[in-house]
Design a protein around this ligand. Sequence first.
Ligand code: MN
Length: 250
Amino acid sequence: MEILITNDDGIYAEGIYALATALKKLGNVTVVAPDTQRSAVGHAITITDPLRVVPANRNGKFFGYAASGTPADCVKLGIKAIMNKRPDLVVSGINLGGNLGYNILYSGTVSGATEGALLGIPSIAISLNTFVKPDFAAAAAFAVKLAAGMKKRRLPPGTLLNVNLPNIPRAKIKGVRITNQSRTSFNDWFDKRTDPHGQTYYWMTGDFIPKDKDSASDLNAVNAGYISVTPIQFDLTDFKFIPELENWNL
Ligand code: MN
């Protein structure tokens, strides 16, 4: 099995190391990931600057290719320029922080997997719902299980899997729930500050809205101690609204 791995936390993040190390059990792993932190870049690509790619070592051994681009750039580069064979699977993660609800629109992690799906390859995004004291073991183990199962399964064209795990020990995880995207996001706000030159600047921050009422949602699954697996798609058309819009007689 040929596996391409990327992330948005950068090639030196803990989560991508756990993921790549675990997936090596299943086949050839190629890591192409951003050279720095690229969280929340969404599906951006780099078109006005060159992309530099350099080998990255971890623990004294070659680990992968560090690219001066976004997760979507990395997946394109991996498939079209770096790998000798087309991957059977693209996995993006393991992200530090959940990718739940509307936040997936901003997520570089999810966009890495979306790019894989756009290029016709089965793709998975995987995230751990914490920003502190991450334990990536359960997520890495689930990635192996899911990736191994992809050999005999197929995803519909245009569909990818968005996986989120609670940050609890593997033995405490209650199971897997197939979920839908919750209707929740960050309630963000701007910290207004003054720089040393007396100029105002703003720093966006926010609090995650931790609840929603939809029991089938990604957020509620993770909050209840389950692994959440949501099938998502990138065709943004609102098919239900088309008949009504036709009646607008534009
Ligand atoms: Mn991230």
